[in-house]
Design a binder for this molecule. Structure first.
Ligand SMILES: O=C(O)CCc1c2[nH]c(c1CC(=O)O)Cc1[nH]c(c(CC(=O)O)c1CCC(=O)O)Cc1[nH]c(c(CC(=O)O)c1CCC(=O)O)Cc1[nH]c(c(CCC(=O)O)c1CC(=O)O)C2
Length: 373
């Protein structure tokens, strides 16, 4: 059990945990917490200006720039949480894996991992220890952010092992991840070793963000939707569990708590197009589940027995709709979120790059105004 350092914002003198943390712990706060996946980034002119000429991965590894980019949407929109500006491939990059992010395409791996020998080489050449040795810029960036955030919590994040492994096997973005899903069955031992490697790297990456000051942690399994429930439970969820365990072992003591009880840092799991895996995600034991836009929150909550805090799930397609339509959708989502023990308002997926930032600022204000309907 690792007790977070006294310098951790949640422990260092902040007596009341934030609306976000309370909601993730299943206590409905008096203010509806709202933040947006991908709130930092291309939708903001100040991001495009600051990042001009700096490659994406360099920006993520420059503590001053990563911290400033993380803070931009918090200043502009007044969201109730920051999410660390990084990417799911950063732990792999820091461990020395050859990867780049191609604008308009996404992460690209020049040396895809296709065979047992490729997996062995990857694990031998890029052990988690290599990541631990190179993690300093991430810790420094998180410390810079939390020093400026004050009472607003920072959410750390990592990619889930399956999504990372799928990128590595496919070599880049893919629609159905067929090569990755094939390796799972043609060489289960190689697949298991690859997932264990990815799980450890994501675990180290998440743990570093949390121990440096992040108040919550989100695991993104963006591509899990391509898996059958059988394959997910047999070949994937144990590795996601391993990643999450690295964070769950961290504890903090809220100075306001009468009994000085150690508390775990709250965790969130998010996947896209994976409604059929909802109950399996709940078995991961995260505090909350992020739901994409395809399933109403009240339906998700009913399937989960009404006991799981939910995050989401505005449909990004409404961000370019007339204000009246967007408000009606916002009201629907807030109302549906009342079926869960607590609700964190978010989009059902990341902010589309072409989004008008004024719309996001307006959403935050309306959500705070309507939050108790
Ligand atoms: O070109 C740029 O300026 C950087 C684009 C950018 C990347 N990561 C980024 C940003 C900031 C932003 O979204 O504007 C920065 C980024 N990537 C991510 C996050 C966490 C979050 O979504 O809030 C964040 C930080 C968001 C924040 O701090 O607000 C996580 C991420 N990267 C990625 C994935 C997996 C996936 O989406 O397939 C995921 C999981 C979340 C998701 O499903 O959206 C991989 C990735 N990284 C990246 C891309 C975009 C490539 C492109 O279309 O140009 C892509 C693929 C994609 O988004 O389709 C690069």
């Amino acid at each position: 059990m690792n007790i977070l350092p006294a310098t951790h914002p949640l422990a260092a003198g902040r007596t009341a945990s934030s609306a976000l943390v309370r909601a993730l712990q299943g206590v409905r706060p008096d203010r509806l917490p709202v933040w947006f996946m991908r709130q930092a980034g291309r939708s903001l002119p100040e991001y495009r200006q600051l990042r001009a000429g700096t490659p994406m991965l360099d920006a993520c590894l420059d503590p001053e720039m990563a911290a400033e980019i993380t803070l931009q949407p918090v200043r502009r929109h007044g969201v109730d949480a920051a999410i660390f500006f990084s990417d799911i491939v950063i732990p792999l990059k820091l461990a020395g894996v050859e990867v780049d992010i191609v604008a308009g395409r996404g992460p690209v791996f020049p040396r895809p991992v296709r065979t047992a020998a490729d997996v062995e080489r990857l694990c031998a050449e890029h052990p988690a220890e290599s990541l631990r040795q190179a993690i300093a810029p991430i810790r420094e960036a998180v410390q810079r952010v939390t020093a400026e955030l004050g009472a607003t919590p920072l959410i750390g994040f990592a990619g889930a092992p399956f999504t990372l492994a799928a990128y590595l096997v496919e070599g880049g973005p893919s629609r159905d991840h067929l090569r990755a899903r094939a390796l799972m069955h043609t060489d289960p031992e190689a697949w298991k070793r690859l997932l264990a490697w990815a799980a450890e790297l994501s675990g180290v990456f998440l743990e570093a963000q949390v121990s440096a000051g992040a108040s919550a942690a989100q695991l993104f399994d963006s591509w899990a939707g391509s898996l059958s429930a059988r394959d997910y439970t047999a070949h994937v969820s144990p590795s996601s569990m391993h990643t999450l365990e690295r964070v769950r072992q961290l504890r903090w003591v809220d100075p306001a708590s009468a009994d000085g009880e150690e508390q775990p840092v709250p965790t969130i799991h998010f996947a896209v197009g994976a409604d059929h895996l909802l109950e399996d995600f709940a078995r991961l034991g995260t505090n909350a589940l992020g739901i994409d836009w395809r399933i109403p929150l009240d339906e998700a909550s009913a399937r989960l027995g009404g006991g799981v805090p939910l995050q989401g799930n505005l449909n990004p397609a409404f961000l370019s709709a007339p204000e009246q339509a967007l408000e009606a959708h916002l009201r629907e989502v807030i109302q549906a979120g009342r079926s869960a023990p607590a609700h964190v308002l978010n989009l059902g997926h990341g902010v589309p790059p072409e989004t008008d930032p004024e719309v996001l600022s307006w959403l935050v204000q309306r959500a705070h105004a309507l939050g108790n309907i």
